[in-house]
Design a protein around this ligand. Structure first.
Ligand code: C2E
Ligand code: CA
Ligand code: CA
Length: 340
């Protein structure tokens, strides 16, 4: 299903949902459409993860699953000649062979579209196409593997900064990590040495920490995060809830900013009263002295409202989809115009 990645990209572009191809019917996914071969046997599933009503994407999902089935039979015929037995890949192998890689999504100044940063987002390059983190991240279930993933994303992001340093010296990079996986030692040292190897300023790096489990941090893990803050690395809270609670409930962790989850940004398209929650979040962030970056900005209306509410930075399909480093240059070069 190599060509399947185009179908996936299309779905990602056309909808506000996350789509992936998985070999098994995953539990806990809102909708999974069987991708069937010519004989009608399920050879994979097109999975749809959506925070709202999945039903509105059902016709699209079903049609895309059929298209994927056709593509799969073409690919299967082409591959039959080279029919070597394949064992299930381990994620360690996939990482060490460079098949888990970073895509990058620009973060822009909302008013001008000027790119200020890039966020590294993990992707898995498989024979079936490029899969998003929902297809594999849950399998990075122990700290060491998560740290190895983080390291890969960090190195890739610092490579991009180095490549663009001359033209965009102010560009910064964001890498994702989860509070639950912050180790008791070694994280700050790892980041310090990677920055030095790449000749990058600590100030040009942000860590996006997802808020889940933020309150269970051990004292040693807090010390690691504080060491990163002392180094000058920015710590951002990812997926913040409307309360912004974690900012004050993490004593000693210097949180510099928060990512406004796309479910909040989505409300900005609705009635004026829906805007209130977001307005309050932005005001609270300002009172706490932290910056806000909006995620999932898809329309010009959302962008305009965010600017009016005092949110200055954002990312989303309005500006650019996540993409490989090789195609970033064109996007970084010119201030981005709205695409619709
Ligand atoms: P996140 O950190 O909140 O990343 C933003 C997600 O929103 C990305 O999904 C991105 O592709 C998607 N997105 C961006 N703009 C838009 C838009 O305008 N509309 C919509 N509907 N979606 C948009 P992605 O790449 O599938 O990543 C999902 C999550 O997986 C990330 O959410 C992050 O929590 C996690 N993740 C990704 N890479 C890594 C990683 O290297 N390490 C860790 N620990 N987590 C990662
Ligand atoms: Ca993030
Ligand atoms: Ca998020």
């Amino acid at each position: 299903m190599r060509a399947g990645k185009h179908v996936l990209q299309y779905l990602h572009d056309e909808t506000d949902a996350a789509w992936a191809i998985t070999p098994v019917n995953p539990a806990g996914v809102a909708s999974a459409f069987p991708v069937v071969d010519r004989a009608g046997a399920a050879i994979g599933y097109l999975t749809l993860v959506v925070e709202g009503d999945a039903r509105r994407f059902e016709p699209l999902g079903a049609a895309a699953a059929v298209a994927l089935g056709h593509l799969a039979s073409v690919d299967a015929r082409a591959a039959r000649a080279a029919d070597a037995p394949r064992r299930a890949p381990s994620l360690e192998d996939e990482l060490s062979h460079g098949r888990i890689l970073a895509y990058f999504q620009p973060i822009v100044e909302l008013r001008t579209g000027h790119v200020v940063a890039i966020e590294a987002l993990a992707r898995w390059q498989t024979a079936d196409g490029v899969l998003g983190p929902e297809a594999f991240l849950a399998s990075f279930d122990h700290g060491e593997l998560m740290l190895a993933l983080f390291d890969r994303m960090l190195e890739s992001a610092l490579d991009v900064l180095a490549d663009h340093k001359h033209r965009m010296p102010e560009l910064s990079a964001a890498v994702n990590f989860e509070f639950a996986h912050v180790p008791e030692r070694g994280l700050a040292d790892l980041v310090r040495s990677r920055l030095a190897e790449h000749g990058a300023d600590p100030e040009s790096l942000s860590l996006e920490l997802s808020e889940r489990l933020a309150y269970d941090l051990s004292t040693a893990a807090v010390a690691e995060l504080r060491a990163l803050g002392d180094l000058g690395v920015k710590l951002l809270l990812d997926d913040v809830s409307s309360s912004l609670d974690a900012v004050t409930r993490l004593p000693g962790v210097p949180i510099a900013g928060a990512k406004l989850d796309r479910r909040h940004v989505k409300q900005l398209t609705g009635a004026e009263r829906d805007v209130v929650v977001v307005r309050e979040m932005i005001a609270r962030a300002a009172a706490l002295g932290i910056e806000v970056i909006a995620e999932g900005v898809e329309t010009q209306t959302q962008c305009d409202r965010l600017v009016r509410l005092g949110c200055h930075f954002g990312q989303g399909y309005l500006f650019a989809v996540p993409q490989p480093a090789s195609s970033l240059a064109a996007v970084l070069d010119a201030p981005l115009a709205a695409t619709w």
